[in-house]
Write a protein that binds this ligand. Structure first.
Ligand SMILES: [Zn+2]
Length: 135
């Protein structure tokens, strides 16, 4: 799963100064005006990359937001190894109350949707199935 750390190209234990340095390095390399080597993160457009890099920087530079994000990221990694994916849906097609096969609904929070870079895993509030939401 792609994280804000991956996007900035720094480790998840990076110090604030390293994150700042990583941000400036990335924003220079992805900026459409200055850039010549966009191919480093799959085939997303350079505008999209600028948005992602900016978003990653906005979260990781802020101690509180970073803490919350780290917790979210750990949860996602845990789910990735343990979950049974019930459904897969694109973020743009996600309903406010996404139904689960069990007849219940997935427990979707603002944070989950806000943090999606690649995909997020969301648990059903009623059974053990997990919803995979793609960005
Ligand atoms: Zn369910």
């Amino acid at each position: 799963m792609k994280s804000y750390y991956t996007i900035l190209g720094c480790p998840d234990y990076a110090q604030p100064a390293e994150i700042k340095e990583a941000y400036f390095r990335q924003i220079r390399s992805v900026h459409p005006d200055k850039n010549s080597n966009v191919e480093q993160l799959d085939d997303v457009s350079s505008e999209h990359l600028v948005t992602l890099v900016t978003k990653a920087w906005h979260v990781l530079r802020d101690t509180h937001l970073r803490e919350k994000y780290d917790i979210w990221l750990r949860e996602q990694h845990l789910k990735e190894t343990r979950s049974v994916i019930g459904e897969e849906v694109k973020l743009s097609e996600l309903e406010a109350e996404e139904p689960c096969r069990c007849g219940g609904f997935y427990d979707i929070s603002e944070t989950d949707l806000d943090q999606i870079v690649d995909f997020a895993l969301i648990d059903c509030a009623h059974c053990s199935l997990t919803l995979k939401v793609f960005a």
